[in-house]
Each structure stands twice: as C-alpha cells, then as structure tokens.
Design a protein around this ligand. Structure first.
Ligand SMILES: CC(C)(COP(=O)(O)OP(=O)(O)OC[C@H]1O[C@@H](n2cnc3c(N)ncnc32)[C@H](O)[C@@H]1OP(=O)(O)O)[C@@H](O)C(=O)NCCC(=O)NCCS
Length: 160
C-alpha cells in the first residue's frame, strides 16, 4: 500500500466525532444529497458503541459526514455524504481516508460498502482509494422507477 492512507489531506478542516447536535445540519444535507434520504430516526439509531460517526468540520458549517458500523472485524461504511456546494474539494476523500485509518487502528481487517451502480462519482472515489468490487446485490436500493442494484466494494485493511 502506498502513502494514500494519510488521515488528513486538507488543512482548512478537521474530522471530529459527529454529535446529536449536528443532526439538523446532517438532515438538511442528507435530503439535498440522496433521492431516498435517511430519516432522523435512522441517524439517531446510529449513536451506538459499535458505530463510528464522523463530521468534517470546516468552521461555519459541516463539510460532510460519514457513518460506519463495526461488525466483528469488518467496518461497514453506511453513509458518506458531502453537500453539493462542497463537492470536488477533497472532503469526501478526507473523510474516507480518516475512517479507514481509524478502522485499521481499531483492529478492523476489512472495510465494506454498498453503492448504487449508477453512482459513478462515489465509485470513482472508492476505487481511487483502493476499494474493489466484490459482488452485486440485485434490487438493493429503492429507485424512482423500481429498484436499483448495489455494487459491493471492499478493501483489505491488514496491509495498511
Ligand atoms: C461521493 C461523494 C461523497 C464524493 O465527495 P467529494 O467531496 O465530492 O469527493 P472528493 O472531492 O474527495 O473527490 C474524490 C474523488 O472522487 C471522484 N469523484 C468525486 N466526484 C466525482 C464526479 N462528480 N465525477 C467523477 N468523479 C468524481 C474523483 O476520483 C475524485 O478525485 P479528483 O477530484 O482528484 O478527480 C459526494 O459526491 C456525495 O456526497 N455524493 C452524494 C452522496 C453519495 O452518493 N454518497 C456515497 C454513497 S455510497
């Protein structure tokens, strides 16, 4: 593995724990970012000991957030989101590198995620950070015209 796995790539923002007080901002970003956004109840259910919730703090406003669930020795990335006005600035990559580094540090052996097969920008980000497709879940996501497949992607953390 190369030096890709640095926890910080931007100097004008920090990654910190997401807290319940962030939820109003998170929900606002969520509805602007997804066709089928998570509800407040789903986010509140993520405040558990085996979950990691991260916020990118850019000062005045949140620059993005990530939700990870630890299951045995696997880190499942459940949500990674950057608001439209902050995209292509490196925030998503910063969050992803941070959560991966933390997961490896905490003994996770693999990171996994599902992503809509149409979500080419997210897939490009994950591939550029070393994730590889390991499968496909037919009809995993709701979609405007029915269901959409998920691509399952994973990265081995043992080599980090
Ligand atoms: C996916 C997402 C988190 C990326 O966040 P971001 O901050 O814009 O990403 P970055 O600026 O760190 O970009 C990192 C890389 O991702 C890829 N990428 C990001 N947006 C892209 C786009 N619109 N088109 C093509 N590639 C893209 C590129 O490889 C990019 O590297 P580059 O800028 O050097 O070319 C963001 O687009 C988002 O929140 N989308 C809506 C929610 C979502 O789909 N989340 C993923 C669920 S699985």
């Amino acid at each position: 593995m190369t030096s890709t796995y640095q926890a910080v790539v931007r100097t004008d923002s920090v990654i910190r724990a997401l807290v319940p007080e962030d939820l109003a901002d998170v929900l606002e970003m969520e509805v602007r970012s997804y066709s089928h956004p998570w509800s407040e109840a789903v986010f509140r259910d993520c405040f558990r000991p085996d979950y990691r919730l991260y916020a990118c703090d850019c000062g005045a406003a949140l620059g993005g957030y990530a939700i990870v669930a630890y299951l045995f020795d696997e880190a499942h990335l459940l949500n990674l989101c950057v608001p439209p006005e902050r995209r292509r600035e490196g925030v998503g990559r910063q969050l992803l590198r941070y959560l991966i580094a933390r997961a490896a540090h905490e003994g996770m052996k693999q990171a996994l995620l599902e992503v809509r097969v149409s979500n080419l920008s997210a897939i490009a980000l994950y591939e550029s950070e070393g994730f590889r497709g390991i499968g496909r879940r037919p009809g995993y996501y709701p979609a405007a015209d029915g269901r959409e497949d998920a691509s399952v992607m994973a990265i081995d953390l043992c080599v980090i």
